[in-house]
Design a protein around this ligand. Structure first.
Ligand SMILES: *Cc1c(COP(=O)(O)O)cnc(C)c1O
Length: 368
């Protein structure tokens, strides 16, 4: 008997290329798309090690934990790093980026995270892209948490390296990821003697062995199950309509924000301005005197099915994340999350109003 995951016919080069074309369609890009055979940190590290080198200066925008990781890689590559850090409860502005570029004309690489699932903020990439393009630096964007959750237009925004993963708003697999690569980015990597070559991190290998060979033969056995899952996830997004998937995430974020505020008990949106809040996930600040991770543990004890998690690392005490993405981008998931948080807050002796929260969700996200 054939097993659903096993005994599959090999994934052909043409099918692999077709999945790449679908990713390009999702991103509305004319650039080369490379599907990397690993989780999104693989292309993110590959882009940085390919683009940065001793003698280069990078502007690294830090709006959450991933930006901190990028800074470490950039320094490891021997690049000078200008860190532009903003508080995690806000977004960076194009003016801040412009100012940093003007202060450091030598900057030739910019790394930015579009949306941060870990901190719940999102950055104005279109405006930032204009500033980066005017300056002439290579522009890398981590769009793992924004793909499928909000508009993402690497070509229109002047993004040279746009990395996505399917495991967040796309509702797909975590084990493969993709990056769109501009002609400028290929040139930069080709001219970088330190860029990974004959390495799992190497984008140049994919260019030499796959793209330049007319996508005729795959260089290695692909991660077949993950590729099939990616194909299925792209098909589902196409069938649902990308704009509808995006609208669902925007509604989930707005409803969570409004519902949490109406719930009360001292709960507040972590990101101060709604325009800076990411559609992919909503972060909340635990009431003073209440430990966020303990509160989340209590909420999960009340309802283990809700997409709640405490913030990572130092944020675990104060931040609650509602991961309303992918299959959880529903009104039910939002309401259940608020109900579980309400129960946990009541346990902690706080007064909450779940009816008001439900009402706020219904008003913010009518229909369904
Ligand atoms: C989720 C995410 C990634 C992928 O990293 P994981 O640690 O595997 O979840 C990368 N960048 C951003 C901005 C993300 O939100």
């Amino acid at each position: 008997m054939t097993h659903p995951f096993l005994d599959l016919a090999p994934l052909t080069a043409s099918r692999f290329a077709e999945i790449e074309r679908r990713v390009a369609g999702l991103l509305d890009t004319e650039q080369d798309v490379v599907i990397m055979q690993g989780e999104a940190l693989l292309p993110l590290e590959g882009c940085i090690r390919g683009g940065a080198r001793p003698g280069s200066t990078a502007l690294n925008v830090v709006t959450g934990p991933y930006g901190q990781t990028f800074g470490n890689w950039l320094r490891d590559c021997g690049a000078e790093v200008v860190d532009l850090a903003v508080p995690f409860h806000s977004a960076v502005t194009a003016e801040q980026v412009e100012r940093a570029l003007a202060e450091h004309p030598e900057i030739d690489f910019v790394s930015l995270v579009h949306a941060e699932a870990a901190t719940g903020n999102t950055n104005p990439v279109a405006e930032i892209g204009e500033a980066v393009r005017a300056h002439g630096a290579l522009f890398m964007l981590d769009a793992v948490a924004s793909a499928g959750a909000e508009p993402l237009l690497p070509d229109a925004w002047g993004v040279d390296l746009c990395v996505i993963g399917a495991q967040k708003a796309m509702g797909g697999p975590a084990g493969v990821s993709a990056v769109s690569v501009s002609a400028r980015a290929w040139e930069r990597m080709a001219a970088n003697p330190r860029a990974p070559r004959q390495s799992y991190l190497s984008l140049l290998d994919w260019k030499a062995r796959w793209i330049d060979g007319g996508r005729a033969a795959l260089p290695h056995a692909p991660a077949q199950l993950e590729m099939l899952a990616l194909e299925a996830c792209l098909e589902r997004i196409e069938a649902d309509g990308l704009e509808n998937v995006i609208a669902r995430h925007a509604s989930a974020a707005a409803a969570t924000r409004a519902g949490a505020t109406a719930l009360g008990g001292g709960l507040e949106p972590y990101v101060h301005e709604a325009r800076d809040a990411a559609p992919v996930a909503t972060t909340l600040r635990a009431p003073a005197g209440v430990d966020a991770s303990a509160l989340v543990a209590r909420a999960l004890a009340a309802d283990p099915s809700v997409p709640l998690i405490a913030g990572g690392g130092a944020l675990a005490k104060e931040m609650i994340r509602v991961n309303h993405y992918g299959a959880e981008a529903t009104r039910d998931a939002v309401v259940s999350s608020l109900a579980a948080l309400g129960a946990a807050l009541a346990d902690a002796g706080r007064e909450t109003d779940l009816d008001a929260a439900r009402e706020a969700v219904k008003e913010t996200w009518p229909g369904e």
